[in-house]
Design a protein around this ligand. Structure first.
Ligand SMILES: Nc1ncnc2c1ncn2[C@@H]1O[C@H](COP(=O)(O)OP(=O)(O)OP(=O)(O)O)[C@@H](O)[C@H]1O
Length: 218
């Protein structure tokens, strides 16, 4: 079933055509990696999917409706993202964990929080740590947990393991595989790691010079 659909989509900023004429369909439950040279437009593609930036031509549909017709809050709740920069809010880890519940105006679900901390092999003692006291890898994992607390249907991840060592990279990959296999989550993952781009995924898209150059099925 077409879930996220790009029809002749471009993103142009002044004279610069960052992405051009992208047409593709992503089905519910797919795990797709996105590769390509530096500066080819991979992050911009994910930003369009996350509605962080708006396309300038063509149509993007999500679950049968144009992306711009969604209330931003509803869209952000259904399509979560975590980018390389691992931006944390407030002062402490707890501020970040509370954030999704403040947005959803719900009480914090400690059972779910505990499950996610367990999944990422982190203890709940981290809740009281200051953001500035975290390593790059820890920040990245807290960002992922914060995204997942929104309970998204789609997760967009952009080079989330590039700051992690091999052990933590494999841990994050195994969490993504678990979310995909056990919860049917649709995942789009930008990576520069050739092996990672083939592990667990069912399709790989190569973006070159702002357009889709190749599709591969695994
Ligand atoms: N809003 C914008 N206006 C102008 N140029 C932009 C804009 N956003 C991105 N670019 C340019 O478009 C190109 C693609 O950027 P993007 O970050 O999507 O590439 P990428 O494939 O993710 O690169 P990397 O692998 O290095 O992270 C880059 O040259 C970037 O400088």
């Amino acid at each position: 079933m077409a879930y996220l659909e790009f029809d002749h989509v471009s993103f142009v900023d002044g004279p610069i055509k960052v992405l051009h004429d992208i047409s593709l369909t992503i089905d519910k439950g797919e795990f797709i990696s996105i590769v390509g040279p530096s500066g080819s437009g991979k992050s911009t593609f994910l930003k369009l999917c996350s509605d962080l930036i708006s396309h300038t031509e063509g149509t993007i549909m999500f679950d049968g409706k144009k992306i711009e017709d969604y209330e931003p809050c509803e869209y952000r709740g259904r399509v979560g993202y975590c980018f390389q920069e691992a931006y944390l809010f407030g002062e402490t880890v707890e501020d970040n964990i509370k954030f999704p519940y403040i947005i959803k105006t719900k009480d914090i679900d400690m059972e779910r929080v505990t499950k996610l901390f367990d999944l990422f092999h982190m203890s709940l003692e981290y809740l009281h740590k200051k953001n500035t006291a975290l390593s790059g890898g820890e920040k990245q994992r807290i960002c992922l947990i914060r995204s997942l607390l929104f309970e998204p249907e789609v997760l967009l991840v952009d080079e989330v393991t590039s700051a992690l060592d091999q052990e933590n990279t494999l841990l994050v990959e195994s969490v993504l595989e678990h979310l995909h296999k056990q919860h049917g989550m649709t995942i789009l993952m930008v990576t520069h790691n050739e092996e990672q781009s083939r592990r667990h995924v069912n399709r790989r898209i190569t973006i070159e010079s702002g357009h889709v150059a190749k599709w591969e099925e695994f």
